[in-house]
Write a protein that binds this ligand. Sequence first.
Ligand SMILES: N[C@@H](CCC(=O)N[C@@H](CS)C(=O)NCC(=O)O)C(=O)O
Length: 221
Amino acid sequence: MSQDLTLFGAPISPFVRKVRLVLAYKGLSYEQINVLPFAAEIPTEFKDNSPLGKIPLFKTGEDYISDSEVICAYLEKAFPEKPLLPKEPLDAARALWFSQYASSVMVTAIGAHLFAERVLAPFVFKRDPIESDIKLALETEIPAILNYLESQLQSDFLVGNALTFADIMVGGMFMTLHYCNEQVDKTLYPKVSAYVERVHNEPVFANIIKEEKAMLNAMIA
Ligand SMILES: N[C@@H](CCC(=O)N[C@@H](CS)C(=O)NCC(=O)O)C(=O)O
């Protein structure tokens, strides 16, 4: 590889996970520096080079890039082998749409309302969960997401017949759902349930799921 790559962030963040999945899929090696934005100790290099203080931050050579979508766009251009953005313009738009949808709607419901309250609140933040957020996620927001995805799935993957940025981010959010001990109901959402199983069995996902599960178990022990 021609230049050093460094990823700053905590793998359990869905935005950091997205970049880790893309790096792994493209077969790129990199250094990982753990940064938790709310921790007492934040590395100076991260503070000095992350304008919004959010993870992930990425370093390529001597340059820094913020925001997971932007980092992924960079990786796709810099390392075009094993593409994750379809060539056909409308397919590319659809892949980016699902990535956006997962980064906004799914992160709010599954990440902020369910995972943060059911897992992070008791085990990391050491406070009582906000039960109304969990209820909102489970009874309203997540069913709406599953209905939408069920209506959109037409083949093995969200766009065409190959893994794209859409599956990277959507599949990643289903990892978070599983960490909350929730599964997709096979009877109500047969296409989504089969899709999640298929994507999570892709080698790139299977390896990262194994790594993250070990980290999560250590975190909540
Ligand atoms: N749009 C950003 C969102 C990144 C983000 O919100 N990361 C969260 C962790 S999951 C964070 O760093 N939060 C700290 C903060 O908002 O100060 C991206 O895609 O990278």
